[in-house]
Write a protein that binds this ligand. Structure first.
Ligand code: PLP
Length: 341
């Protein structure tokens, strides 16, 4: 329905598929399904930013911009998807690639996401340190550089999150889920989703709140900073709700209780997996051939498995939102090295 209120540039194959994770469900004694936003775009392995960027790229094209400028970690899935979207619509991209963590490996800045960005003809600018979703001068400088060269930049913040249109993609995801539920004749009581810069969960909160039957959207924090994540999700949910209402869509009230953030699976730090993260990644891979990464989805699947084992979802159905991220696995090969194999 949001298509009728806002311009959208198709960059993915939507609706993304939903399927039951049969073996994981049997092991956990809980019905677990996955919605596969990791396989919902042909653009360089896709992921959740493609869904968000459909609305930002439409805006960039309408404004006559020719270059997308964004920022993320060296192994950012987001900057890889910005570069992919730019390539697919014939724009340029500049992406500031920061060092957010101490993953000490000689190929960390060479393989995985950053490699794909280089192959797609992106302009990664290496530099900057420290995780934060606030504006950075490196990003401002990149925007200035594009202008100085006579280009017209379109600014996309980290994760395409704190942007007026950042929440639309996942508000629309909620409509997609409702349509698929109708086709399947089932209802998902819980959505489990990795959360970091916030607009994925925020969009979902707004989209699902507009529906008659309420359900839980459970954000598994990956920023390892619950307060920061909560602030981001709350702000973007409120902004998105306002924006949709201003365009004539349904006005929803975002209550504090709607923003559920679980901090228990984010350690030891942003971008660093715990032993439990790695074990969960192996479980999803061994039981479902479903690949999850050590930065985001490994933590959310860990949360889902652990919460299910602790009885949180008894008698209920769970939908795991798979947001992509597997290209980063290459940079984390060390976490999976087995001395016997
Ligand atoms: N999962 C993956 C694979 C991601 O790349 C990201 C990006 O940050 C997230 C989850 C978190 O989404 P968001 O930043 O919208 O909270």
């Amino acid at each position: 329905a949001l298509d009728k209120l806002f311009p959208r540039k198709t960059l993915g194959f939507f609706p993304s598929p939903i399927h039951k994770l049969e073996r994981l469900s049997a092991m956990l004694g809980v019905e677990v399904w996955a919605k596969r936003d990791d396989v919902s775009s042909g653009l360089a392995f896709g992921g959740n930013k493609i869904r968000k960027l459909e609305w930002l790229v439409a805006d960039a094209l309408a404004k006559g911009c020719d270059t997308l400028v964004s920022i993320g970690n060296i192994q950012s899935n987001h900057t890889r998807q910005v570069c992919a979207a730019a390539a697919a619509v014939g724009m340029k991209s500049y992406t500031v690639q920061e060092t957010w963590l101490e993953w000490d490996d000689p190929v960390y800045d060479k393989v995985g996401n950053i490699l794909l960005t280089r192959i797609m003809g992106g302009n990664p600018i290496m530099g900057g340190y420290g995780y934060s979703t606030t504006e950075k001068d490196t990003w401002a400088r990149a925007l200035e550089e594009v202008r100085a060269k006579g280009g017209k930049p379109y600014a996309i913040p980290a994760g395409a999150s704190d942007h007026p249109l950042g929440g639309l993609g996942y508000a629309n995801f909620a409509d997609e889920v409702a349509m698929q539920e109708q086709q399947l004749g089932i209802f998902f009581d819980n959505i489990v989703v990795a959360t970091c810069t916030g607009s994925t969960q925020a969009g979902m909160v707004v989209g699902f709140a507009a529906q008659e039957k309420r359900r839980r959207v459970i954000g598994i924090d990956t920023a390892d900073d619950e307060a920061m994540t909560r602030r981001a999700v709350t702000k973007i949910a409120n902004d998105t709700s306002e924006l949709i209402a201003a365009k004539g869509g349904k006005r929803v009230v975002v209550r504090d209780a709607d923003i559920e953030i679980i901090p228990d699976y984010s350690g030891p730090a942003y971008g660093l997996p715990s032993e439990q993260t790695i074990a969960a990644i192996r479980t999803a891979a061994e039981m479902e051939a479903m690949l999850t990464d050590p930065v985001y989805e490994g933590k959310s699947i860990d949360g889902l498995i652990d919460m299910a084992k602790k009885g949180h979802f008894k008698g209920q159905r769970v939908l795991y939102a798979h947001l992509g991220g597997a290209p980063a696995l290459n940079a984390y090969y060390k976490a999976f090295e087995d001395p016997e194999n």
